[in-house]
Design a protein around this ligand. Structure first.
Ligand code: KG4
Ligand code: ZN
Length: 337
C-alpha cells in the first residue's frame, strides 16, 4: 500500500511516499528556516503563504523520487493537528483535493503521535514501550501500547524543552534555529561552568512531570547566580551547561519510569531527539533497549505522517470531507503505572 504523507504544521513543507507504513521511498522536505531567520522565529503568516507556493512541487518531487505515479497512491495521510492553523490548512486542503481527484481515502494525522512513530520507520519495535516525545511544543513521557494507544505518565507543567532551547538561543543570539545552535556551541563548552537549577517535581501527580520555565529564567535572567568559580560566562559554556541540565531533567524521569513500570524499552522522537547529548544519554541508559530516529526523522517530516497514516487507513479510520485543522489537541489520557 503506497501512502502519500503531507506535513505542513509549522515551517517545513514536506511530502513523502511510504510503502506499507515502513519503507520510505521518498522524503522531501522544503525548509523555510532561512526565510524566518530575520525574525529568529516562525512567522505564521509567512509560513502559510510559503506552503501555498511550495506544496504542489514538494508533492510532485516526492512522487518522482519514489518513482511512482500519483495514480499509484492508495491513500493520503496529512497532519491536521496540532500546529499553526493557516499552515495546517494548506496541507489539509491540498490532501483533500488530491484525495477527491484520485478517489482515494485520506486520514488526518496527529503530529505528536507521528513523531513517536518515526523510529518505527527504521526499526521493528514491539509494544509496549516508554515513549519520550520532545519537540518545540511538547515534552511527554508516556506508556505506549499501540501506535494510537498512548497513556501519559508525565509532561511539562510549563514550557516545552525545545521551546527553552529556542528562547535561550534567541536571547543570547546563539543562532537560529536555536536547538541546533546550542547543540553545536555546547560541543566547545564545559557543562560544569554553571550549576543551573533542576525543577523540584518528585511527588504524587507530578512525579513524572518536568518543568523548563525555571531553568529558562535562570539562564536568561539570573546567569551570574549560577556560575561556578573559575569559569567564564562564554556562550559555549552557557550552551553546554544549559543543554546538560535540560536533557538530564528528562532522562532522569525516563529512568524513573523504567524502574517503576519495569518496561525496558524506550522510544524517543521529536526535534530535540536530534540533540547529540540527548542521544548519547538515552543510549547510555543501562539494561534498556533504546530507539531514536535518524536525524532526518527527528525534526518535522512527512515520512512519519505517511508511516502512521498507513495504520489508520488500513484500519478504515479515514477522515470525512469535513475534517478540519486544529491548533491544539486535547491532552493525552493520563495515568500511572
Ligand atoms: O519536532 P520539531 O521539528 O517541531 C515540533 O513539532 O515542535 O521540533 C523542533 C524543536 C525546536 O525547539 C528545536 O530547537 C529543537 O526541536 N531541536 C533541537 C535540535 N534540533 C532541533 N534541540 C536541541 N538540539 C538539537 N540538535
Ligand atoms: Zn514536530
Amino acid at each position: 500500500m503506497y501512502v502519500l504523507g503531507i506535513e505542513s504544521s509549522c515551517d517545513e513543507c514536506a511530502a513523502s511516499i511510504v510503502k506499507d507504513g515502513k519503507t520510505v521511498l521518498s522524503n522531501v522536505i522544503a525548509t523555510q528556516i532561512e526565510l524566518h531567520k530575520p525574525w529568529q522565529g516562525v512567522v505564521p503568516e509567512i509560513a502559510s503563504r510559503l506552503h501555498t507556493r511550495w506544496i504542489r512541487s514538494v508533492v510532485e518531487e516526492a512522487l518522482t523520487e519514489a518513482d511512482i505515479d500519483k495514480k499509484d497512491i492508495d491513500g493520503i495521510a496529512v497532519t491536521n493537528r496540532p500546529g499553526l492553523v493557516g499552515s495546517l490548512l494548506v496541507g489539509l486542503s491540498f490532501a483533500k483535493g488530491l484525495a477527491w481527484s484520485l478517489d482515494v481515502p485520506f486520514a488526518g494525522v496527529d503530529h505528536i503521535r507521528a513523531h513517536l512513530y518515526a523510529p518505527h520507520l527504521e526499526n521493528d519495535i514491539a509494544y509496549p514501550y516508554l515513549g519520550l516525545l520532545v519537540s518545540g511544543g511538547h515534552s511527554v513521557i508516556a506508556v505506549v501500547k499501540g501506535f494510537d494507544d498512548i497513556q501519559v505518565l508525565g509532561t511539562t507543567i510549563d514550557d516545552a524543552c525545545g521551546e527553552a532551547f529556542d528562547k535561550i538561543a534567541k536571547h543570547y543570539e546563539l543562532g537560529y534555529p536555536g536547538g541546533l545552535a546550542i547543540d553545536r556551541l555546547a560541543q566547545k563548552g564545559d557543562p560544569r561552568a554553571f550549576r543551573f537549577p533542576s525543577p523540584n517535581l518528585h511527588k504524587g501527580d507530578h512525579q513524572y512531570d518536568v518543568s523548563y520555565s525555571g531553568l529558562k529564567t535562570a539562564v536568561i535572567n539570573q546567569l551570574d547566580q549560577f556560575i561556578n568559580p573559575g569559569y567564564e560566562p562564554t556562550k559555549e559554556n552557557i550552551a553546554a551547561s544549559f543543554q546538560k541540565r535540560a536533557v538530564d531533567i528528562l532522562v532522569k524521569k525516563v529512568k524513573k519510569a523504567v524502574t517503576d513500570t519495569g518496561i525496558k524499552r524506550v522510544v524517543a522522537g521529536g526535534g530535540v531527539t536530534a540533540n547529540s547529548y540527548m542521544r548519547s544519554s538515552l543510549a547510555a541508559i543501562r539494561d534498556v533497549e533504546c530507539y531514536y530516529p535518524s536525524l532526518e526523522y527527528c525534526t518535522d517530516n512527512a515520512a512519519m505522517i505517511a508511516g502512521i497514516g498507513y495504520h489508520y487507513l488500513k484500519e478504515g479510520a479515514v477522515s470525512g470531507w469535513d475534517e478540519n485543522a486544529r491548533a491544539r489537541v486535547p491532552s493525552f489520557k493520563r495515568g500511572y503505572p
